[in-house]
Design a binder for this molecule. Sequence first.
Ligand code: NAP
Length: 438
Amino acid sequence: MTEMRTLKVALLGCGNVGAQVARILIEDADALAARTGARLELSGIAVRNVNSKRDVELPQELFTTDAETLVKDADLVIELMGGIEPARTLILSALTNGACVVTGNKALLAQDGPTLYEAADKAGVQLSFEAAVAGAIPILRPIRDSLSGDRITRVLGIVNGTTNFILDQMDSTGAQFADALAEAQRLGYAEADPTADVEGHDAAAKAAILATLSFHTRFALDNVHCEGITSVTAADIAAAKDAGFVIKLLAIAEKLADAEGNDGVSVRVHPTLLPREHPLAAVRGAFNAVFIEAENAGELMFYGQGAGGTPTASAVLGDLVSAARRLVLGGPQRTETTTGHVPALPIDASVTSYYIGLDVADQPGVLARIAQLFAGNGVSIETMRQTIHRDAESNVESAELRIVTHRASEAALAATVEAVKGLDVINSVTSVLRVEGV
Ligand code: NAP
């Protein structure tokens, strides 16, 4: 029997995810070798402090602070340090040296993905990053491989567990945002500084990656319109619930035609109303899910744990085995294809349905005036519901209007809302939220 080849694996980072990757590489070495056709030898682990206590007991001699030297000698490099530098320099150095790279670093990919993709293509090696989007959920490989014979038209993703937990908490308990965030922090679902999650930055990085693979065009973070969930109120959630919707923070990438009828891709992250019967509405707590619409496959949904050391390590190991198999078998390695050439559309050109809450004077003819104003701005109304309130002190009646529109452009909606504000019968515009799945 011929001796099995050994591939050297350098691990950069041994935190939540890295420690679990190291554990699996050591514990499951025989099974991984059988699946790969080569032994995957963990040649070293680069960290900042070699003496830090780790979640997993690992041989001390594997640890080093000299990441540069470790990378030079590796066939496969796993980057799980996070951040932009030194991760970027180390990944570029690994790719240039001919090593395949596996990373979970969505922040780096969203900021400078094109540089990394080009370096991988130039060196003819594989750069894989399944763990960068939706943790354990196999989503990038299905988009890249399984759906490569189809045309994806739209991707809707719940790709940030922290914000999904907070919104779910607000929906199920009626809590305000600040209280739901405090609960998420208490349970370890949100960090002490939750900015990257609640402002939508983490989801935006993942939206850029999903759009890049789905539409065969390189999109970066500045192509993504991003709104977080900090301004979502308990009243918004209650009104949405009352109207049969749930509010989710969605990462959306969809093919649309621009004003001249040319194809473009709208990539955006914002709080979104979904009908409660939509499959994504059932995604509770800190779970993630990605819903894909493709021309031939129709609708698909991928669901699972979007974070956590062990679930994310599963995605990293999947990429590692796949890259190692290709090293064993030979043949060209491709990160992604860039044959799409579809431009990113500005947010004004995005097209969706809207939910608008209005506090209006309870007078005859108000509904007709509002409907006329919407029609005059090219926005057609799908449903309009009215609830009457009487102020206990003044005894004055006002009406709350909840309007759901048909699909309209962001620009047309913005013009409509501005015009509505100018009507003398409008007390206030209480909410304007985008709606998907109707
Ligand atoms: P983490 O717990 O903060 O661990 C980071 C590790 O990298 C630590 O071991 C740290 O060393 C090491 N490190 C950081 N800067 C370094 C430097 N300059 N030189 C050498 N080593 C350095 O991070 P994590 O949660 O495992 O996340 C790792 C990556 O996976 C990130 O890109 C993250 O976005 C991504 N990811 C994480 C999850 C998740 O659930 N955690 C899910 C999906 C993707 P010390 O231990 O010595 O400080």
